[in-house]
Design a protein around this ligand. Structure first.
Ligand SMILES: [Zn+2]
Length: 62
């Protein structure tokens, strides 16, 4: 059984896991956890999202 790629490098943070973090002379903005990948640095593809939806629906079946 083969699966298509289920995740990819997060396009929101570029694989950093954090966004922001701009530093200037007068102001320092703290980098915050990427809202898209939640710091995982990878984001699910459409196939990954479909699998997650599948697991939500069927994952509790024992
Ligand atoms: Zn991200």
């Amino acid at each position: 059984m083969t699966l298509p790629p289920l995740d990819e490098e997060c396009p929101e943070c570029g694989g950093e896991g954090k966004v922001g973090g701009v530093k200037t002379a007068t102001f320092m903005q703290t980098a915050v956890q990427c809202p898209r990948c939640h710091g995982l640095k990878r984001a699910p593809t459409e196939d990954g999202k479909a699998l997650l939806a599948f697991l939500r629906l069927h994952g509790s079946v024992r």
